[in-house]
Write a new protein. Sequence first.
Length: 161
Amino acid sequence: MEDQFYTVDKVAEILGMHHKTIRKFIVEGKLSASKVGKQWRISGHDLSVFVEKNSGNTSDKNASEESNIDFFTNGEVKDATKQKVNISTVADISDVNSEQYFRISNTLIALMNSKDSKMEKSTINMKYDEKMCRLKVLLWGNISFIEEMLSCISILVEQTN
């Protein structure tokens, strides 16, 4: 891995993340990359450093193999402390196959991309465990955001049954 260079899409595939998340990590300086023309290239060394830095001192080697993580933030979270009430919640959804996971995650990320003021300065994390067919959706934001997202999750889950 050390002598190779990867595209943003390949790194996203390797890490099980969305390509926009990888680009965000690059722009924020969390993942080192070089610009080649209009494309970003990530060295194997920089990818290793990033993975090592973000592995979170867990001794479980299979933790990264058993789940996919999508992370998306709409707005800058650091300014969210000005809001009076922020809520965090976890929706734990079982019996979700990979096709359903992609449909649910893509829909929720599309909602986050909307210009709706309810989504302002909110965060969503999704962790899918393919072996257990379980999806966890972690939400953080104001009351109207949480209400809207839980309502959408409810509708999406009902459609899969």
